[in-house]
Ligand binder design. Structure first.
Ligand SMILES: [Zn+2]
Ligand SMILES: [Zn+2]
Ligand SMILES: [Zn+2]
Ligand SMILES: [Zn+2]
Length: 664
């Protein structure tokens, strides 16, 4: 999961907490406007001027010229990694020389022309949390990255660190601890009596956070006092995160390892995408208001010598932020972890970032960010994560990578996609069981790869995909917008998913195809949210069917053990294990899905066992698959007992009949 993904969600969710696009709450930021105008000339003068001017009112297309600046360090993704089997078939002249610390791996052959070379990046006593098994190397093709010195098995926890800074998204502030990010237990969370904004598990968490929250607490109070309307009482997570970075640098000192690690993070400021300039502008204006900065001199305590430094920090922040997720992958906030931020992107990554909340991790070490190997990774290879949702089709992935991270992905999935990418696929129009690529406006002469039948309903498919995407955006924003009338909004979103999914299915989209997969996931989420109030056999079975379709859609596009897949399977298993409100097993329904009675329990058991195997990979073997892994293991144990009772019941019945036969 990425900042970008969260960013799009946040656009709907808490965009209102940025400075208003109409500039109505910009008055406080005039100090910055002046300071930005007087910022020293630099390679990004134009950009600063944009930030300084009527930035919030400027149309994005007026900012296009920023793209004329070449990226200082373009991060293109030249080295795709598939599975080990794929790698051995591919010619990869790159990654030579191998890290010199690997015995027997020193380059001995002639140096190839244009071959990618990598050199160790001097860390200058920073990043001591980087394990000895890893190295930061600079590639001649795609900048800095994380490389392994040793063979890593799928499910290995490659790195486990506490981020420099993590903050909760506004709507989760009262649901998770602001220190350790744990979710509220039955005893509830305790609110900070001063700002009345952040919550903690207990006094210990509050005390630990105070060094960070001290400045934040008064800034939050000042912000709230001058808020123009009730819906902007709390600054966005991005603003609060940047605030913590600046107060942290102040606390630790500008020459501290902590502050230097933040400064080592890559900035793409010289080539910020036009669509991001606006976001950066909101951020800059909100941040100075939050910090109470009124003149350039006020930036001094934060070790920022000019507004230009501030622009730089924001750029660095935007490209290097990770989404903070719950143990079950719900995005709950954002965090900054400079050591892990060295990891490069691939749409087919060999590693993932998760927050497993493993048993035994003390609250002081939470949130614990884990980099976990998703596949076996050979010594000398680069460890890559995905910055974007890899269930999305190529054009949407590329769009986000360009806009937020400013590079064009050249991974195998992007450059040599399969003939039919399940993310963009239709069932064969002749229903032979084969699939065809999804038609596009430009190219609509597609045929089934199995029987050759041509797609005939091109216009209908294009329309459905467009309507589906619009509905998805709408439903997502309805789901997220405001807490005031959540129930009615949620109801509307469910109406939307309920109505659109059959249209997408009827035009022939496969369960993996976008936007059907995303719609199915959202539908499942909405249905689960409404279950407690309306638990009936029908509503439960409907969620189970939706969860099964979502799982079926994920299988072809995510590798086994991917945390998203593992969680989806665990959810299906848990839903199947819920006590049926009114089991209606009758001959007519025997073949229906989901089954009822013992077959349902068996299916629940099998799903959970598979989920547990995958959770051990996605959330790390050493973590026991994290909190969800533990939960699923307990559920398996309960089911074993329950099934045992059934089985012994059947056994007894059989024995009875055998005895009856003998007697007869
Ligand atoms: Zn806590
Ligand atoms: Zn407070
Ligand atoms: Zn890619
Ligand atoms: Zn066919």
């Amino acid at each position: 999961m990425s900042f970008g993904k969260l960013k799009s969600a946040r656009k709907a969710k808490e965009f209102h907490s940025y400075v208003k696009p109409d500039g109505s709450s910009l008055s406080d930021a005039e100090g910055l406007t002046a300071s930005l105008n007087t910022a020293p000339a630099s390679d990004s003068t134009e950009q600063i001027e944009q930030l300084a001017g009527s930035g919030a009112n400027t149309e994005p297309d007026q900012m296009q010229h920023t793209s004329a600046h070449p990226a200082q360090t373009p991060r293109t993704d030249e080295v795709p990694y598939g599975s080990l089997a794929e790698e051995s078939q591919e010619v990869q002249p790159d990654l030579k020389p191998a890290p010199s610390t690997v015995p027997g791996k020193a380059p001995d052959g002639p140096v190839q022309r244009n071959a990618e070379t990598t050199t160790p990046v001097p860390l200058n006593d920073c990043h001591i949390s980087l394990p000895a098994s890893l190295q930061i190397r600079e590639s001649s093709r795609h900048g800095r990255g994380i490389y392994t010195n040793t063979a890593l098995q799928a499910g290995t926890v490659v790195m486990s660190i506490v981020p420099h800074v993590s903050v909760l998204s506004t709507s989760y502030l009262d649901q998770h601890c602001s220190a350790c990010a744990a979710s509220a237990t039955e005893s509830g969370l305790k609110r900070c009596p001063k700002c009345k904004t952040v919550y903690y598990c207990d006094k210990a968490c509050q005390d630990r956070d105070w060094a960070w929250h001290k400045h934040e607490c008064s800034a939050l109070q000042t912000w709230a006092a001058s808020a123009p309307s009730p819906d902007v009482m709390i600054p966005s997570d991005a603003v609060r995160c940047l605030g913590r970075i600046l107060w942290g640098s102040q606390k630790e000192g500008p020459d501290s390892t902590w502050a230097r690690e933040i400064r080592m993070m890559q900035s793409n400021r010289a080539s910020v995408h036009s669509s991001s300039v606006e976001d950066h502008t909101y951020l800059a204006h909100s941040l100075v208001r939050y910090l109470g900065v009124r003149a350039p001199a006020d930036l001094q305590p934060f070790s920022l010598s000019s507004a230009s430094d501030l622009v730089d920090l924001i750029s660095r922040f935007t490209t290097n932020t990770f989404t903070l997720t719950s143990a079950s992958l719900s995005p709950i906030g954002i965090c900054v972890a400079p050591t892990v931020a060295f990891a490069n992107h691939s749409c087919s990554p060999n590693a993932v970032i998760v927050f497993p909340r493993a048993q035994g991790t003390p609250a002081s070490k939470e949130p614990s960010l884990n980099l976990v190997a998703l596949r076996d990774i050979a010594p000398g290879k680069e460890v890559r994560i995905s910055y974007v949702d890899t269930t999305l089709p190529k054009d949407l992935r590329q769009k986000e990578l360009t806009e937020v991270y400013n590079f064009t992905c050249q991974c195998k999935l992007c450059t040599k996609p399969p003939t039919v990418d399940p993310r963009e696929s239709l069932w064969c129009p002749k229903k032979c069981g084969g699939t065809c690529p999804l038609p596009t406006e430009e190219d609509n002469l597609f045929r089934c790869t199995k029987c050759g039948a041509g797609v005939t309903n091109v216009d209908a498919v294009l329309d459905a995909a467009r309507i589906g995407q619009e509905a998805l955006d709408k439903a997502t924003s309805l789901q997220f917008r405001g807490e005031l009338s959540l129930r009615s909004k949620g109801y509307n979103a469910t109406q939307l998913t309920t109505n659109i999914i059959p249209i997408l299915v009827s035009t022939g989209l496969t369960p993996s195809a976008h936007p059907l997969l995303a719609m199915t996931r959202l539908h499942q989420e909405l249905l689960i949210a409404s279950l407690p109030t309306s638990l009936s056999q029908e509503s439960l079975d409907e969620v189970i069917r939706t969860a099964a379709k979502y799982n079926a859609g994920l299988q072809p596009i995510l590798p086994k053990g991917h945390p998203i897949r593992a969680i989806a399977l665990a959810e299906l298993g848990k839903l199947l294990a819920v006590d049926e409100p009114a089991s209606l097993a009758s001959p007519a329904q025997a073949s229906m899905f989901p089954p009822s009675g013992p077959p349902r329990l068996k299916l629940a058991y099998e799903s959970l066992v598979r989920a547990h195997e995958e959770l051990l990979v996605g959330f790390g073997k050493a973590n026991g698959g994290g909190h969800v892994g533990r939960d699923v293991r307990d559920a398996i144990a309960r089911l074993e007992k329950e099934i045992g009772v059934w089985t012994s019941g059947i056994k007894n019945a059989l024995e009875d009949s055998v005895l009856a036969q003998r007697a007869g």
